[in-house]
Ligand binder design. Structure first.
Ligand code: HEM
Length: 394
């Protein structure tokens, strides 16, 4: 007999200081005691088992990303690859996938690698480096702008816009974030629109996209622009967070260093494992399109379901020794990049940038070490650092 909403005896507040610092014990408790639990404040079901998370992500018929399928209005400006579901999503998703595959990722990797090496050399000369500002943000901005084929905006100005948008993703927990988020999104729109109107021969991913949508109708053209915004802002903020999390994990696990020095061939699997271990995207939401059950828990049509990637990625039923870093973990079907029709479009590029960073650390023999308090940002969706003081030592 299916039960109605069931709250968990495990208290889970993603914005609590201790949870921000280390959410994994609470996520394990949730997964162990109430793997599908109703959260009163977030007004959604929290899904924490790997198998259940995968089920939600795979079954886009039953679990909608697009709220319009449940009769909920969505502003036109939000309709991008990220919100549209199949079949409407297909054309825009495949356009961006094709554009991505048409890019010379080796050349991109080389230029990002060069930028990282220069930054590391500068960092080595300083006793303490705030690695989010000095390393993660500039590297992410260079990488995304190179990929899209655009001139990057000034970092300080852009970081402010991006932070405000990122924080507004938690507007459900704090409505005061809505208005600043709206203003920052308008600034992002102006920036991205300018890339669609510049004259001359556009290059990079956006050049490809523009060339292949010249004859698209107004609806499709709008989806394309909105998706370009997601690529730029989402790609930048997630990559920044991922670079910071990776550096933090490396700084606290010095045992990795001699292993990777001996086995450079493990860098690719290691960066995937580092995303599984402490990835930047904590979760995503879907809406149930009908009544559905998880064991004896019934989720009703229209209810919100939050898939917690960070919990699924430490599920012992899916990963042996989930709280350990296993650099050669293979296969490693973690959910750090999502799964299914909304899986990350930037996975290949992100993997390359993370690998290039680890390669550069190995080449320069500069390994990060903790150099002070590293507070997390008070954001529930994105797991990232507000500051990350590190020193880089041979
Ligand atoms: C390590 C870095 C990154 C991680 C861990 C990551 C993670 C994710 C995750 C978990 C999702 C799925 C969210 C969901 O199901 O709702 C996603 C979607 C997406 N990501 Fe990433 N991402 C990263 C970097 C990037 C980069 C660099 C780009 C762009 C170049 C990018 C572009 C996108 C886009 C466009 C989507 C939406 C896809 C869709 O809904 O069809 N991501 N990402």
């Amino acid at each position: 007999m299916a039960a109605g909403p069931m709250t968990s005896p495990v208290r889970y507040d993603p914005l609590d200081e201790a949870t921000l610092a280390d959410p994994y014990p609470q996520l394990a408790a949730l997964r162990g005691k109430t793997p599908v639990a109703w959260h009163e404040v977030m007004e959604c079901w929290l899904i924490t088992r790997y198998a259940d998370c995968l089920r939600v992500l795979r079954d886009h018929e039953t679990f909608a990303r697009d709220p319009r399928r449940l009769g909920v209005q969505v502003p036109d400006a939000h309709l991008s690859v990220q919100v549209l579901d199949p079949p409407q999503q297909a054309a825009v998703r495949s356009l961006f996938m094709t554009a991505l595959h048409a890019q010379n990722l080796d050349a991109l990797q080389n230029s990002v690698g060069q930028a990282i090496r220069e930054r590391l050399q500068q960092s080595a000369a300083q006793p303490v480096v705030e690695a989010m500002r000095e390393l993660a943000q500039p590297v992410a901005l260079t990488a995304i702008a190179d990929l899209l084929g655009v001139t990057p905006p000034p970092l300080a100005e852009w970081a402010q816009i991006s932070d405000t948008i990122m924080r507004s993703m938690d507007a459900g927990l704090d409505p005061e974030l809505i208005e600043p988020g709206r203003r920052a999104r308008a600034q992002l729109s102006d920036l991205v629109d300018s890339w669609f109107t510049i004259t001359g021969r556009p290059s990079g991913l956006l050049g490809h996209v523009r060339a292949h949508t010249a004859d698209a109708g107004p609806e499709q053209a709008a989806y394309v622009r909105h998706t370009a915004r997601v690529m730029f802002q989402g790609g930048y903020s997630t990559l920044t967070a991922a670079l910071g999390n990776l550096l933090h994990t490396l700084a606290h696990h010095r045992e990795i260093w001699p292993v990777l020095r001996e086995r450079r061939d493990l860098v690719r699997t290691a960066v995937d494992e580092l995303v599984r271990f402490d990835g930047p995207v904590q979760g995503t939401t879907r809406l149930a399109t009908g009544d559905v059950t998880f064991g004896d828990v019934r989720v009703r049509r229209g209810e919100k379901v939050t898939v917690l990637f960070t919990a699924a990625n430490r599920d012992p039923d899916a990963f042996a020794s989930p709280d350990r870093l296993v650099l050669d973990r293979t296969p490693n079907r973690h959910l750090g990049y999502g799964w299914g029709t909304h899986a990350c479009l930037g996975t290949v590029m992100a993997q390359r940038v993370l690998a290039v960073l680890v390669d550069a650390l190995l080449d320069t023999q500069l390994w990060p070490c903790p150099a002070g308090d590293a507070p997390r940002r008070r954001t529930a969706t994105m797991r990232t650092f507000a500051q990350l003081p590190l020193c880089f030592q041979p």
